[in-house]
Every structure is written in structure tokens, then in C-alpha cells.
Design a protein around this ligand. Sequence first.
Ligand SMILES: C[S@@+](CC[C@H](N)C(=O)[O-])C[C@H]1O[C@@H](n2cnc3c(N)ncnc32)[C@H](O)[C@@H]1O
Length: 240
Amino acid sequence: MNLIKKIFNKFLFHFGHEIVKVDKNYRQYLESIDLIFKKYRNFTMIPQTTYESNLNLLKYIENITGDVVECGVWRGGMIAGFASLLNANNRHFYLFDSFEGLPEVKEIDGEKAKRWQANKNSPFYYENCKAEIGFAKKAMELARCNDFTIVKGWFNETLPNSNFKNGIALLRLDGDWYDSTMTCLEILYDNVVENGIIIIDDYYCWEGCRKAVHDFLSKNKLPDAIRSTPEGVCYVIKGN
Ligand SMILES: C[S@@+](CC[C@H](N)C(=O)[O-])C[C@H]1O[C@@H](n2cnc3c(N)ncnc32)[C@H](O)[C@@H]1O
């Protein structure tokens, strides 16, 4: 039987394929993240592969204490997914958003961003990313998470008044534009614990976001590498 398997595998390999044995726990994990995405698919605009890639990044904080913060939650589906996977841990979840949509694009955000905001009929416009706050609350309740705070308002007004006494283990930035990203980095970076992770959703999508990350790291002479998951999710491990 083994010989038949070997021959079959060789044959497939010849055509660029291979049968690999997937560990049972890993298969269960893959099934669970698939279910998590399906549970929150109406609460997030993030596509499944990217969404699951974000969930995979939780491995970095398994042994790190600290809270989870998302700036730019829209309907809360991404952070609720984090809460679903991390539920056993003692962490507080912070959800920051204007719930009034994105601020107006500026010159620094580039032509592509300008065109996106001007095209109100596009299926990807999502009412300029405006969401009812009730969705985010519902998403966190679906995750059976009681330990969360939703903070409504503009980042530059809400973040300076927030207190992260446990430190931040995972910071997810999803505010699209230069100013939004820069404000979050300037106010929150110091609250991220050493080896904590910062996920930057829009790094590959919007040039303003990209510039903000570069400007922030170089202005503060930080050594942090800009990393990417195989699926193209950008992240930074603080201090590395
Ligand atoms: C692309 S959406 C977030 C998507 C979400 N993370 C998900 O899971 O689908 C961007 C969000 O950032 C918020 N946002 C952007 N800049 C902001 C700012 N300066 N202050 C407050 N909210 C902001 C918008 O209101 C919007 O809900």
C-alpha cells in the first residue's frame, strides 16, 4: 500500500502537486477559523483568506499578556474573530471607530484613494465605511465576550483619553489613511508591550497608510521590520 502511495505521490509531484498528511489538530484549527470567518462575514469587509491570515497572527501573542485594540472596526467582525479565538485568555478588547465613516482623503493619501472616495456607487464604497455602532456590539456579544469597550469618535480625540493599564499585546490598525494611521501609531505605539504585534491592514492597499508607517518608524529611529504573512497581511513585532 505504501509503495502505491509513494508511486502516486511521485506521479503527482511530477505535475507540481504533492499529498501531505495534515495533522489532526491543525485540521481542526483550520476548520475552526473557517467557521469563525463564516460567523462574522456580515460584520467585516475583510476577505476570507486575509481574515484567516489575521487570525493566524494570534500565535504571536499566545505567551504575551496585554489587551487587544482595533482602530477602525467598522462592524466589528475582525476583532470579534480575535475574541472568539482568544476567549479563554484574560484580555480586554478595545474597539475604536468614528462610526461616521472615513475622514476626507488628503493629498498625501494619493490618487487611488481620492478616486475610491469619489466613486460613491462602487460596491466597495460601503457608504464611506460608515457603520451603526450596534453591529460592533452584536459582533462582540456573538463572540461571548463581556470584556470589551467600544469608543466612538475620531482617533485624535478618543485615543489620548484612553488608558491601557495592561499594555497592548495586539494592536490592529485599519483606519486606511495617512493621518488615521499616524495618529494611532503616535499615541498607541508606546502602549504596545515588547514583542507585541501591530497589524497594519492597509499597508499594501493605500499609499498614505504605507507612508505613515515608514514616516513613523524612521522619525522615531525604530528598528522594527515590516513583515508580511504569506497571504499579504502586514505586521510589525515591536522591538524586532
Ligand atoms: C476599512 S474600515 C474597517 C474595517 C474593519 N476592520 C473590518 O473588520 O471590516 C475603516 C474604519 O476606520 C474608521 N476610521 C478611519 N479613520 C478614522 C479616524 N481618524 N477616527 C475614527 N475612525 C476612523 C472608519 O469609520 C471605518 O469604520
